[in-house]
Design a protein around this ligand. Structure first.
Ligand code: NDP
Length: 332
């Protein structure tokens, strides 16, 4: 068996010394346990937060223990009444080739789901984040203008498409021309802005002639500063994530924009997807139906090989991915 442990808490961007590879025997399940062979692991920006020793909505990863995250695996041996060998499960898995579970934190993969990896993206945590963040926190109305940052990523690409389904003008901000083409040519966004090459303030003015009513923010930093200047009176800002800040060694103090909040009566609200846990079934059912009918498109960026997990994770901060970033650990 192999595992990837958190070797030490990173300061700034994690490096090779953040991770430690260890080998051991494949364990045997005891009564009430299943042995899972890991097939897919999801790498997600929130994992960076769990590498810090700070109080948050999820506890920090302990140093010396395997990193964990969403995954899909196959049951290879079972002494648990609910699972048989061959069953596909999804849920919280350690970064290991094989793992034991007592059934807590895992559930069967919906057998109708195609591809199964949708359970880690559009019909999973990132899809739910877009669904509740946009529809319950942002509450866009038909005819409004919605700007999404991190728009070509797992959450952003779904949030933008849901805003289109709600009759909004949708503008995406992302970090490459290939991503902008994906948004406008494949996902139906009305316009896209490359924040690395375009002049953000003037590009936003051109793309949002009626101003911005809802801003779905995945990134923070200078992109968000530029967007806030174009917000309309009573605009809503959905604070979903701030990836531009996750590797900062100390918090940045940017332009102080609260006078703008006063003048324009803006409302910004943070949220965590698990705030809506009691409605996950509803969200998953609707996301699955839209996905199956082709109304909700999604792409995946797949990195192959367990040993590439750390670098795949760091790819999130380089913008390597279009859509959900996944690591394929083993063939089913
Ligand atoms: P993505 O698939 O969007 O991947 C991250 C993307 O962020 C990269 O591809 C990159 O794209 C962009 N990015 C990286 N660094 C920067 C930067 N410095 N400035 C601007 N953009 C940057 O990840 P997810 O969809 O999984 O997550 C998106 C956001 O949503 C994250 O902030 C995450 O923490 C948050 N989130 C929040 C949840 C909640 O419950 N509130 C739940 C799930 C996610 P590019 O090429 O465009 O730079």
């Amino acid at each position: 068996n192999q595992a990837i442990l958190l070797a030490k808490r990173p300061v700034g961007l994690p490096g090779p010394d953040t991770f430690q590879f260890v080998s051991s025997d494949i364990p045997e399940p005891r009564e009430g346990q299943v042995l899972i062979r890991t097939l897919w692991l999801s790498v997600d920006p929130y994992m960076r937060g769990r590498m810090n020793d700070v109080k948050s909505y999820t506890p920090p990863f302990p140093v010396g223990e395997p990193i964990r995250g969403g995954g899909i695996g196959e049951v290879v041996a079972s002494r648990h009444p609910a699972y048989r060998p061959g069953d596909l499960i999804t849920g919280d898995l350690p970064w290991q080739l094989y793992a034991l579970s007592d059934g807590r934190g895992i559930r069967p993969v919906d057998p109708n789901l195609r591809p199964v990896t949708a359970a880690l993206g559009v019909v999973g945590m990132t899809g739910l984040t877009a669904y509740f963040g946009l529809l319950e926190v942002g509450r866009p109305k038909p005819g409004e203008t919605v700007v999404v940052s991190g728009a070509a990523g797992a959450v952003g690409s779904v949030a933008g498409q849901l805003a289109k389904m709600n009759g909004c003008r949708v503008v995406g901000v992302a970090g490459s021309n290939e991503k902008i083409r994906y948004l406008t040519e494949e996902l139906g966004f009305d316009a896209g802005i490359n924040y690395k090459t375009d002049d953000l303030r003037s590009a936003l003015r051109d793309a949002c002639p009626n101003g911005i009513d809802v801003y779905f923010d995945n990134v923070g930093g200078p992109v968000t500063d530029a967007v806030l200047f174009q917000m309309n009176d009573f605009g809503r800002i959905v604070l979903c994530g701030q990836i531009a800040a996750y590797n900062l060694e100390r918090p940045e103090v940017g332009p102080r924009l609260f006078p703008l909040f006063v003048m324009r009566r803006l409302c910004a609200q943070g949220f965590i997807v698990s705030d809506f846990a009691r409605r996950f079934d509803e969200g998953l059912r609707r996301l699955a139906a839209w996905h199956q009918s082709g109304r909700l498109k999604c792409r995946e960026t797949v990195v192959e090989g367990f040993e590439r997990l750390p670098d795949a994770f760091l790819g999130l901060f380089r913008g390597d991915n279009i859509g959900k970033l996944l690591v394929k650990v083993a063939e089913p």
